[in-house]
Design a protein around this ligand. Sequence first.
Ligand code: 3PG
Length: 215
Amino acid sequence: MNAINQAISNIGVVPVIKLNHPQRDAAPLAQALCAGGVPVAEVTFRAAGAAEAIAIMTKTCPDMLVGAGTVLSTAQVDEALAAGAKFIVTPGLDVDIVKYCQAKGVAVFPGCTTPTDYHAAYKLGLEVLKFFPAEQSGGLAKIKAMSAPFPMFKVMPTGGISLKNLKEYLSASVICACGGSYMVTADLIDNQKWDEITELCKQSVDIVKQVRGNG
Ligand code: 3PG
């Protein structure tokens, strides 16, 4: 596994963030995540100001792995990288975006859920895939079934993951890390519930440790 993949795998969970007020919320959010032992974030381009949020989070917590999510074009890849993004996540597998990131030496995690997606990802030489939307696409049962013909991949499921099913997902060896918005919901962010976010991160880290035998 390359360094970024390994670092994400070691943390075990990836908060998927949509920030409507980056100027107000990006810095305290980065601090809240790091305080909870989760120094990683996928900041989605679903909200205007995602690049600004990435820049603020990176400046606030320089050791944090801040990446960009919901990236739909190579122009957005450029925007994210200029802001300091260390990895790129796309909802589906876009060959042009993957090749663009690979040419730049940037880690990219395309959303894949079908054998056709996995085939294309194999051809592209990827190691870790986003499995999105996880629960809605068949959940862990489907992820395990996909591992039979494609044992070379680790996956990062997102979509429908919470503290309720995190342990089950992480227990499967095919899982690199789990993504989700459950620790950074719109309610938590809009109401600036930073302590609660830190607490949810700590609970997630406890589950990671339990499953991986360090707790
Ligand atoms: C994503 O973009 O990865 C998902 O929307 C996150 O899904 P969740 O909100 O169900 O965690």
